[in-house]
Design a protein around this ligand. Structure first.
Ligand code: GRF
Length: 207
Protein backbone atom coordinates (compact mmCIF):
# COMPACT_ATOMS: atom_id res chain seq x y z
CA UNK A 1 0.00 0.00 0.00
CA UNK A 2 1.55 3.33 -1.05
CA UNK A 3 1.62 6.00 1.67
CA UNK A 4 0.55 9.34 0.25
CA UNK A 5 1.14 12.84 1.61
CA UNK A 6 -0.94 15.67 0.12
CA UNK A 7 0.14 19.32 0.27
CA UNK A 8 -2.57 21.95 -0.15
CA UNK A 9 -3.11 25.70 0.11
CA UNK A 10 -6.81 26.15 -0.62
CA UNK A 11 -10.19 24.60 -1.35
CA UNK A 12 -8.84 21.07 -1.78
CA UNK A 13 -11.11 19.79 -4.56
CA UNK A 14 -8.13 17.90 -5.99
CA UNK A 15 -7.49 16.44 -2.53
CA UNK A 16 -11.16 15.46 -2.40
CA UNK A 17 -10.84 13.70 -5.75
CA UNK A 18 -7.99 11.59 -4.33
CA UNK A 19 -9.93 10.85 -1.14
CA UNK A 20 -12.91 9.72 -3.24
CA UNK A 21 -10.64 7.73 -5.58
CA UNK A 22 -9.26 5.81 -2.58
CA UNK A 23 -12.72 5.26 -1.09
CA UNK A 24 -13.89 3.83 -4.42
CA UNK A 25 -10.93 1.46 -4.58
CA UNK A 26 -9.56 3.16 -7.69
CA UNK A 27 -6.35 4.26 -5.96
CA UNK A 28 -4.44 1.57 -4.08
CA UNK A 29 -2.92 3.97 -1.60
CA UNK A 30 -3.54 5.61 1.76
CA UNK A 31 -3.34 9.31 2.55
CA UNK A 32 -1.24 9.43 5.73
CA UNK A 33 -1.30 13.21 6.11
CA UNK A 34 -2.59 16.42 4.56
CA UNK A 35 -0.40 19.47 5.14
CA UNK A 36 -1.35 23.07 4.41
CA UNK A 37 0.68 26.26 4.47
CA UNK A 38 -2.56 28.19 4.98
CA UNK A 39 -4.56 27.91 8.19
CA UNK A 40 -7.85 28.67 6.44
CA UNK A 41 -7.49 26.09 3.67
CA UNK A 42 -10.84 24.33 3.32
CA UNK A 43 -8.91 21.23 2.31
CA UNK A 44 -8.01 20.82 6.00
CA UNK A 45 -11.73 20.48 6.78
CA UNK A 46 -12.08 17.92 3.97
CA UNK A 47 -9.25 15.89 5.48
CA UNK A 48 -10.78 15.99 8.95
CA UNK A 49 -14.16 14.87 7.56
CA UNK A 50 -12.38 11.91 5.95
CA UNK A 51 -10.60 11.07 9.23
CA UNK A 52 -7.24 11.90 7.69
CA UNK A 53 -4.59 13.55 9.84
CA UNK A 54 -4.25 17.18 8.78
CA UNK A 55 -1.58 19.68 9.73
CA UNK A 56 -1.28 23.41 9.31
CA UNK A 57 2.39 24.35 9.33
CA UNK A 58 2.84 28.08 9.75
CA UNK A 59 5.40 29.42 7.26
CA UNK A 60 5.96 32.58 9.29
CA UNK A 61 9.42 33.01 10.70
CA UNK A 62 11.22 30.43 8.60
CA UNK A 63 12.83 30.62 5.18
CA UNK A 64 11.84 28.30 2.31
CA UNK A 65 14.47 25.67 3.07
CA UNK A 66 13.64 25.55 6.80
CA UNK A 67 9.92 25.36 6.03
CA UNK A 68 10.46 22.46 3.66
CA UNK A 69 12.51 20.68 6.31
CA UNK A 70 9.50 20.91 8.66
CA UNK A 71 7.28 19.37 5.99
CA UNK A 72 9.83 16.68 5.13
CA UNK A 73 10.02 15.75 8.81
CA UNK A 74 6.25 15.18 8.98
CA UNK A 75 6.26 13.20 5.71
CA UNK A 76 9.20 10.95 6.65
CA UNK A 77 7.77 10.38 10.11
CA UNK A 78 4.75 8.82 8.40
CA UNK A 79 6.78 6.90 5.80
CA UNK A 80 5.19 8.82 2.94
CA UNK A 81 6.20 7.34 -0.44
CA UNK A 82 4.35 9.73 -2.78
CA UNK A 83 3.82 13.47 -2.36
CA UNK A 84 0.89 15.06 -4.21
CA UNK A 85 0.76 18.85 -4.66
CA UNK A 86 -2.97 19.56 -4.84
CA UNK A 87 -3.33 23.29 -5.27
CA UNK A 88 -0.16 23.85 -3.23
CA UNK A 89 1.12 27.34 -3.92
CA UNK A 90 4.71 27.20 -2.66
CA UNK A 91 7.78 26.33 -4.73
CA UNK A 92 9.64 23.35 -3.30
CA UNK A 93 13.32 23.58 -2.37
CA UNK A 94 16.03 21.60 -4.13
CA UNK A 95 16.50 19.43 -1.03
CA UNK A 96 12.82 18.50 -1.01
CA UNK A 97 12.86 17.59 -4.71
CA UNK A 98 15.96 15.44 -4.24
CA UNK A 99 14.51 13.70 -1.23
CA UNK A 100 11.42 12.76 -3.25
CA UNK A 101 12.90 12.53 -6.77
CA UNK A 102 10.26 11.30 -9.25
CA UNK A 103 7.85 10.81 -6.31
CA UNK A 104 6.10 14.20 -6.36
CA UNK A 105 3.03 14.71 -8.57
CA UNK A 106 1.61 18.16 -9.31
CA UNK A 107 -1.61 19.12 -11.08
CA UNK A 108 -1.59 22.26 -13.22
CA UNK A 109 -4.66 23.84 -14.86
CA UNK A 110 -3.26 24.22 -18.41
CA UNK A 111 -1.57 22.19 -21.14
CA UNK A 112 2.07 22.57 -20.06
CA UNK A 113 4.32 24.11 -21.48
CA UNK A 114 1.65 26.74 -22.21
CA UNK A 115 0.45 29.14 -19.51
CA UNK A 116 2.65 27.80 -16.74
CA UNK A 117 5.68 28.78 -14.70
CA UNK A 118 6.08 31.52 -12.13
CA UNK A 119 2.93 33.59 -11.60
CA UNK A 120 0.68 31.17 -13.50
CA UNK A 121 -1.66 29.65 -10.93
CA UNK A 122 -5.40 29.49 -10.25
CA UNK A 123 -7.57 32.04 -12.07
CA UNK A 124 -4.53 33.77 -13.59
CA UNK A 125 -4.00 30.74 -15.82
CA UNK A 126 -7.54 30.83 -17.20
CA UNK A 127 -7.42 34.62 -17.69
CA UNK A 128 -4.20 34.26 -19.72
CA UNK A 129 -5.84 31.49 -21.78
CA UNK A 130 -8.87 33.68 -22.57
CA UNK A 131 -6.75 36.77 -23.25
CA UNK A 132 -4.58 34.83 -25.69
CA UNK A 133 -7.61 33.44 -27.51
CA UNK A 134 -6.47 29.79 -27.69
CA UNK A 135 -9.15 27.33 -28.78
CA UNK A 136 -8.06 24.54 -26.44
CA UNK A 137 -6.71 24.45 -22.93
CA UNK A 138 -6.70 21.60 -20.41
CA UNK A 139 -4.88 20.19 -17.43
CA UNK A 140 -1.53 18.50 -16.85
CA UNK A 141 -0.44 16.03 -14.19
CA UNK A 142 3.34 16.01 -14.01
CA UNK A 143 6.30 14.96 -11.89
CA UNK A 144 7.91 17.85 -10.03
CA UNK A 145 11.51 18.81 -10.66
CA UNK A 146 13.54 21.86 -9.57
CA UNK A 147 11.72 24.14 -11.98
CA UNK A 148 8.18 25.55 -11.81
CA UNK A 149 5.76 23.32 -13.73
CA UNK A 150 8.71 21.93 -15.76
CA UNK A 151 8.84 18.29 -14.66
CA UNK A 152 8.14 15.28 -16.92
CA UNK A 153 4.50 15.09 -18.00
CA UNK A 154 2.46 12.09 -16.85
CA UNK A 155 -1.01 12.82 -18.27
CA UNK A 156 -2.79 15.65 -20.05
CA UNK A 157 -6.40 16.16 -21.07
CA UNK A 158 -7.83 18.79 -23.40
CA UNK A 159 -10.68 21.21 -22.70
CA UNK A 160 -12.37 23.17 -25.55
CA UNK A 161 -12.44 26.95 -24.99
CA UNK A 162 -15.83 28.34 -26.06
CA UNK A 163 -16.25 31.94 -27.28
CA UNK A 164 -18.56 32.72 -24.35
CA UNK A 165 -16.32 31.18 -21.69
CA UNK A 166 -15.40 33.29 -18.67
CA UNK A 167 -12.64 32.60 -16.15
CA UNK A 168 -15.29 31.02 -13.92
CA UNK A 169 -16.81 28.74 -16.57
CA UNK A 170 -13.41 27.74 -17.92
CA UNK A 171 -12.04 27.08 -14.43
CA UNK A 172 -14.96 24.77 -13.72
CA UNK A 173 -14.42 22.77 -16.92
CA UNK A 174 -10.67 22.49 -16.31
CA UNK A 175 -11.06 21.59 -12.63
CA UNK A 176 -13.18 18.57 -13.59
CA UNK A 177 -10.44 17.36 -15.91
CA UNK A 178 -7.80 18.03 -13.25
CA UNK A 179 -9.61 15.75 -10.86
CA UNK A 180 -9.83 12.89 -13.34
CA UNK A 181 -6.21 12.99 -14.55
CA UNK A 182 -4.84 13.50 -11.04
CA UNK A 183 -6.68 10.43 -9.77
CA UNK A 184 -5.46 8.49 -12.80
CA UNK A 185 -1.84 9.62 -12.32
CA UNK A 186 -1.87 8.72 -8.59
CA UNK A 187 -3.51 5.38 -9.42
CA UNK A 188 -0.82 4.57 -11.97
CA UNK A 189 1.95 5.56 -9.56
CA UNK A 190 0.48 3.36 -6.81
CA UNK A 191 0.32 0.44 -9.25
CA UNK A 192 3.94 1.11 -10.26
CA UNK A 193 2.85 1.53 -13.87
CA UNK A 194 4.81 4.68 -14.65
CA UNK A 195 8.02 4.21 -16.62
CA UNK A 196 10.22 7.31 -16.40
CA UNK A 197 13.05 7.71 -18.90
CA UNK A 198 14.50 11.23 -18.72
CA UNK A 199 11.66 13.54 -19.68
CA UNK A 200 9.48 10.80 -21.08
CA UNK A 201 6.90 9.19 -18.79
CA UNK A 202 5.11 6.22 -20.31
CA UNK A 203 2.48 3.92 -18.89
CA UNK A 204 3.42 0.25 -18.47
CA UNK A 205 0.57 -1.84 -19.86
CA UNK A 206 0.92 -5.23 -18.20
CA UNK A 207 -0.90 -7.91 -20.19
C1 GRF B 1 -6.88 25.11 -8.87
O1 GRF B 1 -6.76 26.31 -9.58
C2 GRF B 1 -6.10 24.06 -9.55
O2 GRF B 1 -6.02 24.35 -10.91
C3 GRF B 1 -4.75 24.11 -8.98
O3 GRF B 1 -4.92 24.61 -7.66
C4 GRF B 1 -6.15 25.31 -7.57
C5 GRF B 1 -6.96 24.88 -6.41
O4 GRF B 1 -7.30 23.57 -6.52
N1 GRF B 1 -4.15 22.81 -9.02
P1 GRF B 1 -8.02 22.81 -5.29
O5 GRF B 1 -9.50 22.97 -5.49
O6 GRF B 1 -7.54 23.50 -4.01
O7 GRF B 1 -7.58 21.40 -5.39
Amino acid sequence: MVNIGVLISGNGTNLQAIIDGIDRGIIKGKIQVVISNRKDAFGLIRAKKANIESLYIDPAGCDAAAYDQKILYELKKRNVDLVVLAGYLRILSKEFIEEYKNRIINIHPSLIPSFCGRGYYGDRVHKAVLDYGVKYTGATAHLVDEGTDTGPIILQEVVKVDDNDSVETLKEKVLEVEHSILVQAVKLFCENKLSIKGRLVSIIDEE
